[in-house]
Design a protein around this ligand. Sequence first.
Ligand SMILES: [Zn+2]
Length: 350
Amino acid sequence: MIKLMVFIDGTWLYSNLRHLAKECNQPSFYIDYGLLPQRIIEELERTAGIRNTDLVRTFLFGSYPVNYDLVDEDRARKRKDFFSLLREDYHYEVEAYPIDYQRHRILYDDRVPDNSFSPKEKCVDIALASSMLYHAAISGSYDIAIAVVGDKDYFPLFQKVRSLGKRVAVASIQQSCAKVYSNRHDELKLKDFHIIWLNDLLDKIVWTPEESLVECKSPLHIGPSQMTTTVRLRGGQPFFCDECRLKFADQKAEQLREYTSSETESKPEECDARFHSYHEGVIENLIPDRGFGFIKRADGASFFFHVTHLTNIEWEALQPGAKTRFTIIREPAGAKAGAVGEVTLISDEE
Ligand SMILES: [Zn+2]
């Protein structure tokens, strides 16, 4: 049995999907991450003539935004949901690192034209390298490492992994692959197989949406609330239709302006552990007809939350005094509350 481990540079892959979309003439292209590792392995088996492989582990290294413009909450939330999907449904090992947006918009196109802010991604390549090398040094851990990458920085890693007696395969995207990997002669001795192009696997790795019947749980919903969607809901997460999401966004922007600490210049050191760890507190009060409320943390600080921040409970079932665990996007300042990222109800058994 030949043991394989797959190491995906998630940030690189995510930001280069547009090339694959262009190639299949689609406005967007989504990968079916449930299929991806196995499809790459099948291609490796086919082209290298190897058999009897066993996929031992799949790692994905990525990043998620913190300290962003609160308008982008939905976008940030989707990234976290995506990582949960990978972990829970596809058994990936996800290592994700925060990127401090210093309160700017997440997408480049959403920032004003003269905005020179450029987010600094941290740790992703080092984390991938550490992991691949760490496992290479453990005997019996894997025989072949498959790297799904495009940036050239990884070449010293592949040399080291090979010097430990492991074999290296690279899967990449033609339009975004460093020459050191695609070079036929492989002068730097980086890999043991021909490069695998995701471009050749498009129809095998494309995500095809499946429709399911859901009910919009928004108190603002108008009309029949049952509908079909291709959105995949995470365990216990309520569904809100697009129309209600838009209404929520407006409502939330207004409420955030009114109740939470205002925009101030953030210091780089502000993006510390507080923004990527969990906090605990109790529901302080609820404004039922307006879909928001406040949570009091143990130190007495108050945080604004909106119905869309709840991950495992419906608004109607929420009671003051309920225990919650939450992430934060902003600390309170002056008389104004802080802002939460997502709120999970803690059951009494915990
Ligand atoms: Zn709705």
